[in-house]
Design a protein around this ligand. Structure first.
Ligand SMILES: O=C(O)[C@H](CS(=O)(=O)O)OP(=O)(O)O
Length: 231
């Protein structure tokens, strides 16, 4: 199994084989929380205008996401796991658009298959890749606004690669680094606390909270939805 680590939008465009689009803070942690809360359809979109159009056509849809880390006008929720931690999404359709994570899905046009990447379902991702035994795995780190590398996404990719190659992954060292040394450790305090509360940090680093992967599947009108695959 060949394993490549790629960065940002260019990386998403280069991805091939089984592709993991990684966004630890916060898009794909949020996506796992929403899925665990019973969502019917979770639709990641790159273009915010697509999100608004879908809402106009389907007033019962829920809009979730951010630009610049902040909830956008007309949105029901931002991109914050703590804001939806106890929300019941049973039977709901959620449209999710973010600056980094969902852009990766939209740009991974050469991938055979796309799953999302975050620490909250890290072991499930590793188990899924082992089960599928692909010839090629692409780990794509989406970073800050998909423009600048972010420690947590790169550390996640290295963690998955190491474990797949039979080496131990030291999550405690990663969490310590993220909290005390990484620029990301201060990120949640420097944004509008209503959109990026500090609890998001702990929730996004809840290792293996969920035992499923989220797989992008074709949906209607050229959209995709993230389907839960239990491990
Ligand atoms: O809201 C977030 O957590 C980030 C903000 S950004 O990457 O700095 O724009 O969005 P995400 O797409 O979840 O990385």
């Amino acid at each position: 199994m060949e394993i490549h680590i790629y960065q940002l939008i260019e990386g998403a465009r280069k991805a091939k084989g089984l592709t993991v689009i990684i966004d630890v803070f916060r898009a794909f942690s949020v996506a796992c929380f929403v899925t665990a809360s019973g969502v019917k359809d979770l639709i990641p979109v790159g273009d915010i205008q697509t999100a608004y159009r879908l809402k106009e056509e389907n007033p019962d849809y829920i809009l979730m996401g951010e630009r610049g880390g902040l909830i956008q006008p007309g949105f029901d929720y931002g991109n914050s796991p703590s804001s939806i931690e106890f929300v019941d999404f049973t039977g709901k359709t959620v449209v999710h658009t973010t600056s980094a994570g969902t852009q990766g899905i939209a740009n991974a046009v050469g991938a055979d298959e796309i799953i999302t990447g975050s620490f909250v379902n890290a072991q499930a991702i590793i188990d899924y890749i082992r089960m599928k035994k692909p010839a090629s795995v692409s780990l794509v780190c989406m970073g800050w606004e998909a423009k600048e590398e972010a420690d947590e996404d790169t550390l996640f990719a290295q963690y998955v690669k190491k474990v797949l190659e039979g080496q131990p992954g030291d999550f405690n060292a990663i969490a310590h680094f993220m909290r005390h040394e990484s620029r990301t450790g201060t990120f949640l305090d420097t944004r509008d606390p209503a959109s990026a509360p500090p609890r998001d940090f702990d929730l996004c680093l809840s290792l293996d909270k969920f035992n499923f992967v989220l797989k992008a599947e074709p949906y209607r009108d050229s959209l995709v939805r993230l389907q839960k695959v239990n491990l």
